[in-house]
Every structure is written in structure tokens, then in C-alpha cells.
Design a protein around this ligand. Structure first.
Ligand code: PEP
Ligand code: MN
Length: 355
């Protein structure tokens, strides 16, 4: 994908790019107070939901179009850029008419190809040329996420970024939405140049998880953070448990450690060389193991023995886990590895059986 920078004129490119503001625009006063405080803390992009996708009807569904002039006032009075969520063509046209700078697709939109297509076409028709950020779909389906990105891209949008906001689960334990970090990591592997934001507010669902999640995102080299911040979080009309004051936000941003990206020192080069060598050894050992396993397969075939010998498999698994434990390797990691190796051995032995 040939993407263009999502940075707006005069925006500081320093990591992390921070987008902050309330879950929802509630009143003009709440918007202005929060925005002024955030601007003083150096935030460059203000977020506020105008249309809120609620799980059930009857809750606060956003103030709607009347809130858009409040965001225009934020731009005029603070100089911040402003962003909001769009979920259909009406939202896009209204937002563009009111000079909104950044638009994002929420998790309940990116899950729906019809809705994404509608938004993508409206973005094209309206000539919107600001950044469009695409949240992960509610379910951890990377193809669906990439599909949403492609729909937006195919309508000519080039300033695209993504937001990792976690994935829905039936049981809400520690997180409101499971982070499943491997999903955005794989997305970044597939589309390396796409800017990646973390939304610790919707992943954690609780104020106390914002700081550790921001730190983890920085350690994983995310480009930016989108964080919910409200002048009086306890009075928020939506998502009050996860919103923090601009003061707390600024404290967290000052506290997180941002490690610099590309400084490959001599030492690291040598260590990486060693890793490459060890991986080559691992490969050759695995090949050797598979060869012997195939010989065993041949023996089983000649002696009419079934491929799967459960007792032997249980013994291997238990024994390897005990040995690994002695040198400090965790049981679940070890069983994952040996289950995968065993599965492949069985597959190869069945292949021999059927020859
Ligand atoms: C939001 O950002 O306020 C929001 C509704 O998020 P999500 O789409 O991640 O649920
Ligand atoms: Mn929210």
C-alpha cells in the first residue's frame, strides 16, 4: 500500500502522537473546558464522539450534529486539530461540512463491510483528505480489519492509520476488551508502513490500566495513543470508568518511557547474529527429528501399528515439561511447542501410511 503521512501541518511527529478528549461531546462547556486543559498539556489532536454506537438502545447516543460547531470552536480557540467517529455517509458529510480534521471508524463499523464501503464512498465524494483511522473490528479477525483498510484505500484515501482497541469476549475479566497484541503485531507485519495507535481506554475499560497499556504500546513501537480524557470523568455520560482528567493524562504521558527505535548498536547486531545461528540449528534439529519420526512411521506401517500411541505421547509431554521446568521454561510454552511438534509428526506418519 502506498500510504501518505497522517501528520497534519505543523504537527510534531515525535512518538507517541497523542489524540485525547472525551468519549462523547456532552455540552459545549464540557467540550471547551476539556479541550483548553488538554491543549495546555500539549495535546495536538482533540477527540470527541458526536454519534455514539451503543450496544443497547435507550442509552446516551451522542449529541449529534449540534456538537460539531463545538469542535469547530475548539479548533479556533485552542489551535488543536479535532477528530470524531463516523459510521455512515451522513456522519461523513456532516463532519466534513464542519471542518473536522481526523475521522475514525469505530470497532462496530469496521466489523461491517457494508458500513465500511458506505463510509469509504462518502469520504471519496466529500473529498476528505485528512487522516482516516480504522479501529480493529470487535472480533479478532485480521482479514476483516485489513479488508476495512482496503475498502478505504480503494476509494482513494491515502492518509490511513489504524487503532488497536482490543477484542470483545464473553467473560470480561481484567480487560474490557482483550488486547491480543499478536493481532496488531501481525497487521503491522502485513502492512509495515501503516501508523499504529493504541486505545488503552477501550482495551482496559478502567483508569488504572491506562498507564501500563500505554507503556506496553510504546514498548511495542506503536506510533500513537488515543486516550479518553474528560474534565470531570465521574460525571461523564459515557465510559466514565475509563476516562481520566487532563492532569492525570499529562502525568501518565510524562511517566511512560519511550525507547528510541532504530539505534542498532554493535552489541545488538552480534546478538541478532547469534539468534540467527541458533534458529538455523533449531531448524536442522527439527528436520533430524522429523526424519526419525518418519522412520518410526515406516516401522509402524510394516508392523501394522496405529500411528497414534497415546501412552508414549503422554510420557513425552510429561517428561519434556519436567525437564523444561528444571531450567526455568514454563509448562504452557513447552506443551505448546511439543503439541505442535507431535501434531506434525503424526501428520507425516499418516502420510507414510497412505503411500
Ligand atoms: C470510542 O472511541 O468512543 C468508541 C466508541 O470506541 P470503539 O469503537 O473502540 O468501541
Ligand atoms: Mn468511549
Amino acid at each position: 500500500m502506498e500510504l501518505q503521512s497522517i501528520l497534519l501541518p505543523a504537527m510534531n511527529a515525535q512518538r507517541p502522537i497523542v489524540i485525547a478528549g472525551p468519549c462523547s461531546a456532552e455540552t459545549e462547556k464540557q467540550v471547551m473546558t476539556t479541550a483548553c486543559d488538554l491543549s495546555k498539556k500539549g495535546v495536538q489532536v482533540f477527540r470527541a464522539g458526536i454519534w455514539k454506537p451503543r450496544t443497547k438502545p435507550g442509552g446516551f447516543e451522542g449529541v449529534g450534529t449540534v456538537g460539531l460547531p463545538w469542535l469547530q470552536r475548539v479548533k479556533q480557540e485552542t489551535g488543536m486539530y479535532v477528530g470524531t467517529e463516523v459510521a455512515n455517509k451522513k456522519h461523513v458529510f456532516e463532519a466534513v461540512k464542519h471542518d473536522i480534521d481526523v475521522l475514525w471508524l469505530g470497532a462496530r463499523t469496521s466489523v461491517n463491510p457494508f458500513a465500511v464501503q458506505e463510509v469509504a464512498e462518502a469520504l471519496k465524494i466529500s473529498g476528505f483528505d485528512g487522516p482516516v483511522l480504522i479501529k480493529n473490528p470487535v472480533n479478532p479477525d485480521i482479514e476483516l480489519w485489513i479488508g476495512a483498510i482496503e475498502r478505504i484505500y480503494n476509494e482513494g484515501i491515502r492518509r490511513i492509520g489504524v487503532i488497536h482497541r482490543g477484542f470483545s469476549t464473553y467473560d470480561k475479566k481484567l480487560y474490557r476488551n482483550m488486547p491480543s497484541w499478536h493481532v496488531p503485531i501481525e497487521l503491522k507485519r502485513r502492512i509495515p508502513n501503516i501508523p499504529l495507535f493504541c486505545d488503552p481506554s477501550h482495551i482496559g475499560g478502567k483508569r488504572e490500566l491506562i498507564a501500563p497499556l500505554c507503556q506496553q504500546a510504546m514498548d511495542l513501537n506503536y506510533d500513537g495513543l488515543i486516550i479518553e480524557s474528560h474534565c470531570t470523568p465521574d460525571e461523564a455520560w459515557s465510559d466514565k470508568e475509563q476516562q481520566i482528567t487532563p492532569d492525570v493524562l499529562s502525568y501518565i504521558l510524562n511517566m511512560i518511557v519511550v525507547r528510541e527505535t532504530n539505534q542498532t548498536t554493535e552489541n545488538l547486531v552480534q546478538l541478532r547474529q547469534q539468534i540467527d545461528e541458533i534458529d538455523a540449528e533449531l531448524l536442522s534439529i527439527l528436520t533430524k527429528r522429523m526424519r526419525i519420526s518418519r522412520e518410526i512411521g515406516q516401522y509402524k506401517k510394516e508392523h501394522s501399528m496405529p500411528v497414534l500411541q497415546t501412552a508414549r505421547y503422554s510420557e513425552i509431554l510429561a517428561n519434556r515439561i519436567t525437564e523444561a521446568d528444571k531450567i526455568g521454561i514454563g509448562a504452557s510454552f513447552m506443551s505448546t511447542i511439543f503439541e505442535a511438534i507431535h501434531e506434525e509428526s503424526i501428520r507425516q506418519q499418516i502420510e507414510i501410511l497412505n503411500k
